[in-house]
Design a protein around this ligand. Sequence first.
Ligand code: PLP
Length: 453
Amino acid sequence: MPSTAATARLTTSYQDHVNPQWVRLLNVLQMNVRYSHCLGSELFTEDGRRILDFLSGYCVHNAGHNHPEIVAALKEELDRSGPAMLQSHVPGIAGTLAGKLCSHAGGRLQKVFFCSSGSEGVEAAIKFARAHTGRTGLVYAEGAFHGLTCGALSLMGDPFWRDGFGPMLSGTEAVPFGDLLALEQRLAARTVAAFIVEPVQSEAGIRIPPPEYLRQARNLCRRYGTLFVLDEVQTGMYRTGPFLASQDSGADPDMVILAKALSGGLVPSAALLMTDPVYDSVYGSLKRAIVHTSTFSENALAMRAGLATLEVLDREHLGERAAAMGSYLRERLHATLSGYEMVRAVRGAGLLNGIEFAKPKSLKLRLPFEAFHQIHPGMFGQVVVMRLFRDKGFLTQICGNHFLVLKVAPPLMVEQRHVDEFVLAIRDVVELMHTSASFWTEALGMARRVMDI
Ligand SMILES: Cc1ncc(COP(=O)(O)O)c(C=O)c1O
């Protein structure tokens, strides 16, 4: 284990050469701890604390941190000194993983393009949809999070992410999430290559669409010659119970993007699953065999991690576990938090859940709440995150596009006793915000420190 002086030097180097503002932000939130090791849903710090991870790196750690079998598979891959990134051979292991992903996903998905991040998967989906349809238009849902590269960012409306980085791709348009009428109006012009949507909008505040939405959206897409693309970067890999969150909806997509949990939280990896006709319109001749590719695509470590991760998720029945534990968590949260005026809703699917807070009605609470809100709309949520972390030992975050929703998304192997601990922890924090001046006064101190951030 590195000495305290050595880790302090590492932080200084990070500040000097990577992102000093990130270090400042973590310091203000009192979350800049040094982790020594992470296992399952537990994170251990150098100063002897145990933190329970209820964020999972935004749905990366479905199999739990450093799962021993995934770690062993990666070690074995390194030890065998096999071909890696030759860019001139057939990586059979990519075929094996692609076959398994397609059979897990079902429907018409038969081919896979591998890449290294969710955003890169979205970029590929944009290109492939344009190649297939000969159209340029792209429709996305308001509140969406699809990634921060230029193409993916063009499918996100929030100015917080966009400002200063324009111009975005032209021809992109947003429709309200869940609104089929608005979608049909956009598609009817027959200029739209793809409608790209998350089956559950995670960063928008864990928004679950009406039951028939995905299937009917797909029907509209088919009627107007638009490809139906599902971004399952957060929701896939059993996060919500089924392998894909869209699986039981009859959505039958033309393309699906997977990333995050695909490779066990250890190697960057993403996959764009598509139908044969979509594949053919991109790679349909010998001269186009590598018309869209990437250096790290199909790399042996990512493929090996993907296979090991799938095996662990299946053998440990983590999808069923996510569904059962998610229902239990929501039930307990409903029962525990329902009487509090600042808790508006508890919702989710499997282990992708949100607790939505609301502006208080009583004057006593409204004044400090509004003071916070004026300093920064995310301020209130960050105080909840900070309290859960510092006082209760839980790592959580608020949603990126809805600052009043606390995301609750532990690894899928989380134990029931840890879920019980979380429910008690959030109850204490919620109780404190309703009854104790110290919740607000201490937070105002933090607010002063962030004024110049
Ligand atoms: C739904 C969704 N799509 C795409 C992305 C982009 O993925 P990445 O950060 O790997 O580029 C994210 C990232 O959080 C996401 O949540």
